[in-house]
Design a protein around this ligand. Structure first.
Ligand code: B12
Length: 247
């Protein structure tokens, strides 16, 4: 027997997951459903895709030293918390983990479909309140016909941003017009010995959207370090998703 959605939302929020959405794949745009089909991910009729995200620093602040000393501390914490939430609120339904996981599930398109975010010139998605300072921490298919979360459409901050600080501040000239992020330029510059953005993305930091939700220096360095490691290790662009803790 499942409990009301507000209860699980409040429970998750206390644990650092302030973004949450239950989605019915039958209402998705066809191209998104097709991506799942192409990835060989079976979505049973009446199953739901559930997304768990964190914005700002709350989740990071909850990772005490003992939790941080485990491998992939953020993914590990996310998985154990999400498992607990499922059990507590929905019992023991069949679940299929999408993320963290071994397949590159199109998380950003899922987040957009959930109404969380929009594409931005940074390659990162942008949320009307949190700016680019959020990430998806978990996604699963749950075999229960749960009520879907309402999808609230929001404004895209970039549409009313005329300064384009992201474009001006990117030392790699990787930020151009919308949907035209130059990943190769970003990676080439980031990996130079004299790079100014090896351990932080100057363009992201300069974006005025969601400024109060910006990660602290330590968290920025941690995630940037992981993405830099992934770039080096996996010859990125050709995509290994399971890079340990998600960026
Ligand atoms: C591979 C990967 C990277 C690669 C390159 C991205 C790429 N497109 O190849 C690298 C290692 C460079 C990277 C870096 C970062 N990443 Co990354 N990355 C991913 C990952 C695992 C797969 C992306 C992918 O290839 N999708 C496959 C296609 C099929 O999915 P898609 O949605 O259709 O594709 C979209 C993306 O590719 C995106 N895109 C296009 N160009 C770029 C460039 C960059 C840098 C990014 C991040 C995305 C992006 O646009 C596509 C159309 O929507 C996702 C997790 C996921 N499963 O989605 C996280 C993800 C996209 N990354 C994320 C983050 C936060 C980062 C970093 C900021 C981490 C950090 N602090 O350094 C940096 C970006 C800063 C920078 N300039 O380097 C978040 C984005 C959240 C958001 N607000 O949108 C995601 C969703 C992970 C998560 N758990 O939430 N990432």
């Amino acid at each position: 027997m499942s409990k009301p959605t507000e209860c699980i939302e409040a429970w998750l929020e206390q644990r650092g997951f302030n973004l949450f959405s239950i989605m019915d794949p039958s209402s998705w745009i066809a191209s998104l459903r097709k991506s799942f089909f192409d990835l060989d991910i079976f979505l049973p009729v009446d199953a739901r895709v559930v997304l768990f995200g964190s914005a700002g620093t709350t989740l990071w602040d909850l990772l005490t030293e003992d939790k941080f000393s485990r491998p992939d501390p953020i993914d590990t914490y996310a998985e154990e918390t999400i498992r607990q939430a499922v059990k507590l609120y929905w019992g023991e339904p069949a679940i299929q983990w999408l993320y963290p996981g071994s397949k590159i599930v199109p998380l950003q398109r899922l987040c957009r479909e959930a109404g969380w975010s929009h594409a931005s010139p940074l390659g990162l998605d942008i949320h009307s309140q949190y700016g680019t300072w959020f990430a998806c921490r978990g996604a699963l298919v749950i075999d229960l016909p749960l009520a879907s979360s309402p999808v609230t459409r929001s404004d895209r901050p970039c549409d009313t941003c005329y300064e384009r600080a992201c474009q001006v501040q990117c030392p790699a000239s990787a930020v151009n017009s919308d949907d035209d992020f130059n990943l190769n330029a970003c990676i080439n510059y980031r990996t130079l010995p004299q790079s100014r953005c090896a351990d932080k993305c100057l363009a992201r930091l300069s974006c005025p959207a969601g400024e109060t939700w910006q990660y602290g220096e330590h968290q920025v360095r941690y995630h940037s370090g992981l993405s830099l490691e992934a770039i080096r290790q996996f010859n990125i662009g050709h995509g290994e998703q399971n890079m340990g803790d998600s960026p």
